[in-house]
Design a binder for this molecule. Structure first.
Ligand SMILES: Cc1cc2nc3c(=O)[nH]c(=O)nc-3n(C[C@H](O)[C@H](O)[C@H](O)COP(=O)(O)O)c2cc1C
Length: 180
């Protein structure tokens, strides 16, 4: 099973990157996780679509080829960051020709605050639901107070590691169920 993990942050030192990079070691057998940073496409405009950008087409193909997608989103002002929204908007074009329909998708996120991206995750779920993606509803995974749980780029908090392991295993089961 090939899973694409997209983290929605452009920061070099990113809590969501660290969350994403913690996942492969916790994944069950036969589940391969590829970690990618949200691509920096030009800002979307309908006029720029006329000559469809090759980097967007390639990323759409990457999504299409994956058995499932995990998105780790930061929360910016109680929503998803513009970089992630821009990426999603591009992948939704041309109209009706996007790779998200029926795609197994799980959402998670990390923030330094006490609510751990819960609002941004619902924002993202709303968009994915609109696409008709097969969203994993539960378990949810919110990494709150991340700076206390991640040390030197590595997830150290044992309780959180167990929760993340369960979340990844649940997504494997979700992807398998979607394939039936
Ligand atoms: C413009 C802006 C808005 C933010 N809004 C929120 C927010 O609504 N909720 C939250 O928990 N954190 C918020 N934060 C803090 C981010 O969660 C924090 O910067 C986090 O580290 C970003 O994720 P990253 O480390 O993966 O880049 C905000 C940060 C910025 C720069």
């Amino acid at each position: 099973m090939n899973i694409l993990v997209i983290y929605g942050s452009l920061n070099e030192k990113s809590l969501n990157k660290e969350l994403a990079e913690s996942m492969p070691a916790l994944a069950p057998e036969n589940m391969h996780l590829e970690i990618v940073r949200v691509p920096e496409f030009s800002l979307y405009s309908a006029e720029r679509e006329a000559v469809f950008p090759a980097d967007v087409a390639a990323f759409k193909q990457k999504i299409a080829d994956a058995d499932g997608i995990i998105i780790a989103t930061p929360e910016y002002n109680r929503g998803i960051p513009g970089s992630l929204k821009n990426c999603i908007d591009w992948t939704s074009r041309p109209f009706g020709q996007h790779p998200w329909g029926a795609k197994p998708v799980a959402v998670c996120g990390a923030s330094g605050g006490p609510r751990g991206t819960i609002v941004a995750q619902y924002d993202l779920k709303r968009i994915m639901n609109y696409f008709g993606a097969r969203l994993m509803g539960t378990p949810e995974f919110h990494l709150d107070n991340s700076d206390k749980k991640i040390e030197n780029g590595v997830l150290k908090d044992e309780k959180t590691k167990v929760l993340l392991q369960k979340y990844i295993a649940a997504f494997k089961a979700h992807v398998e169920l979607c394939g039936k």
